[in-house]
Design a protein around this ligand. Structure first.
Ligand SMILES: Nc1nc2c(c(=O)[nH]1)N[C@H]1C(S)=C(S)[C@@H](COP(=O)(O)O)O[C@H]1N2
Ligand SMILES: [Mo]
Length: 198
């Protein structure tokens, strides 16, 4: 796809693992995915309900704020827009917060993003991947099994919540896990938006 190296980044062929807290252990019996916030009626989806949604395959570059970039990983997943289609948004919903597990807390990790940048084929809750050196395979537990968000390459990878557990729809932007600690709300690697200054 892009194969463009943003400023201050270097290319890696390997896919590094980076996160806070424990690797989440999937239990399909109790797992669900919540759609909530500024919507007419919230929803909670079982794993099979999520996996029965239409699938999308995209090749997406990953740019981590710790300066590694990995080009050309192909992902299979459910486009964020498929989940948006399941709820009736309130007027003026412009942002989402995508949640993921942190040490057993399903809402412990989160990242905020503008909704209008996430309606294409490159905003996916992924479950499978491949690259030049690796054939199609499931996302490993360390990379976010069973479902993990991969943001478009115009966002640093911390916006890609692993062990994804839900989407909150918001009218105003609101800081997630790293954003509260000083990282950028907008996080465009090509503009090197690593930190927030406000
Ligand atoms: N649930 C959760 N998701 C997370 C994180 C985390 O700590 N917890 N770390 C983020 C950060 S900072 C990065 S760079 C990517 C790394 O994804 P990877 O380990 O698959 O390369 O996951 C993101 N998603
Ligand atoms: Mo990161």
């Amino acid at each position: 796809m892009g194969n463009k190296l943003p400023p201050g980044q270097f290319e890696t062929k390997k896919w590094p693992v980076l996160h806070q807290g424990d690797v989440y252990k999937f239990d399909e019996e109790i797992w669900n995915f919540k759609l909530f916030g500024a919507v007419k009626e919230g929803r909670s989806l079982s794993f099979s309900e999520v996996m029965n949604l239409p699938k999308t395959i995209s090749t997406i570059d990953m740019h981590c704020v710790t300066t590694w970039s990995k080009f050309g990983t192909s992902f299979e997943g459910i486009a964020l827009r498929e989940l948006v289609n399941l709820v009736e948004l309130d007027k003026n919903v412009k942002y989402v917060k995508i949640y993921g597990y942190y040490d057993g807390d399903r809402f412990g990790y989160s990242a905020n993003l503008p909704l209008d940048g996430l309606l294409g084929d490159d905003a996916l809750f992924v479950f499978r991947w491949k690259d030049e050196e690796n054939d199609w395979q499931d996302i490993t537990p360390k990379h976010g099994y069973p479902l993990r968000f991969i943001p478009p390459e115009s966002f640093y990878l911390w916006k890609g919540s692993k062990w994804a557990s839900g989407i909150e729809f918001m009218k105003e932007d609101d800081a997630g896990f790293w954003e509260e600690l000083g990282y950028s709300m907008t996080a465009n690697p090509f503009k090197e938006e690593r930190y927030r200054w406000d």
